[in-house]
Design a protein around this ligand. Structure first.
Ligand code: GUN
Length: 318
């Protein structure tokens, strides 16, 4: 039987609709939460991500602005610009889109963001709060995945969770959130031995290593919940024919467009998993919804307001 599809598009929409009300109330009280997105250089994928983030702000009537220094900017100068954003009272939230061009000292830049405005949860102060399970801003993609699991009533407590990928943005923080929700968590990476065997022990398997269609059906315990964090564009017709051999509609779409997006999970996994996030339309839209949640939360916290509990788990994760 094919897996139940966990739509991030739908869940993201729900989260944003709930937030819309809260934002209108804040605005009636004279508060318009504001986000500054810093996009350094001209990485085309980053440009699309930032455009979508700004659009989401506009759609919810949040204040937003884009800061777009050139790729040649020196670290010191970028630190100065971040300092200015830190000092501006109407800016509640700052995100520095990654990756930064290689001459820029990325860790120094991320450390320069005021932790109270750090809506990506990348500052060491917020990372520390996450490790200690203290309230703070949480990285958006992991927070969105937790929200997706909760809203689809997928049990975490006591289950085995395997996270493939140990990035600071997804793998590590998500493993901590799952741990705090009482899963038994294993983190895998490129040096893990018998990766398919370890993955098969998972009730909840997260693929977040950035390799197209790497997680094949042999990685999956039948009935497991599979979360696909990868977004990979394929353009090679030979690769597409192999990947989509059992998915004629997707192959047809590839032939029409000349490219397709696939996750880190192979399309055939849908036949083995119990539940699966699609790509596109899975984790991506959740990341943006949670960025909006974090922007509102930062605005409230900066004004000493309590943060309403949208859900048990979101509250616990804060
Ligand atoms: N690059 C890839 N993912 C992210 C993210 O969640 N936030 C930022 N700022 N940059 C990213």
């Amino acid at each position: 039987m094919a897996a139940r599809i966990l739509s991030g598009t739908e869940t993201g929409k729900q989260i944003r609709e709930e937030l819309r009300q809260e934002i209108q109330e804040l605005k009636r009280a004279g508060v318009t939460p504001g986000l500054a997105a810093v996009l350094v250089g001209d990485n085309p994928a980053s440009q699309i991500y930032v455009r979508n983030k700004i659009r989401a702000c506009e759609e919810l009537e949040l204040y937003s602005e884009r800061i777009t220094p050139p790729a040649s900017i020196r670290t010191e100068e970028l630190l100065e610009q971040i300092g200015q954003l830190n000092r501006r009272p109407e800016i509640d939230a700052i995100l520095v889109q990654l990756p930064l061009p290689s001459p820029v000292d990325a860790p120094r830049v991320l450390m320069a963001v005021d932790p109270a405005k750090d809506v990506d949860g990348f500052h060491p102060v917020n990372v520390g709060a996450l490790v200690a399970n203290r309230p703070a801003l949480r990285p958006c993609t992991p927070a969105g995945i937790m929200e997706l699991l909760r809203r689809h009533e997928i049990e975490i407590k006591g289950r085995r969770a395997v996270v493939i990928g140990r990035s600071d943005i997804v793998g590590k923080p998500l493993a901590l959130l799952l741990l705090h929700a009482h899963a038994t968590v294993t983190i895998c990476h490129s040096h893990t031995q018998d990766l398919p065997g370890v993955a098969r022990s998972a009730d909840i398997l997260v693929a977040a290593m950035g390799r197209a269609a790497f997680v094949t059906p042999e990685f999956i315990r039948p009935g497991a919940t599979v979360i696909d964090v990868g977004i990979n564009r394929i353009e090679d017709p030979g690769v597409a024919e192999k990947l989509f051999a059992r998915h004629p509609q997707r192959l047809e779409a590839f032939r029409r467009k000349g490219s397709a997006l696939v996750g880190d999970v192979h399309p055939d996994v849908v036949e083995v998993a119990g539940a699966l996030t699609p790509v596109p339309g899975g984790v991506g839209p959740l990341t943006i919804a949670m960025l909006m949640v974090n922007t509102v939360e930062a605005a409230r916290r900066r004004r000493g307001q309590s943060v309403p509990s949208r859900s048990g788990q979101m509250a616990a994760a804060r």
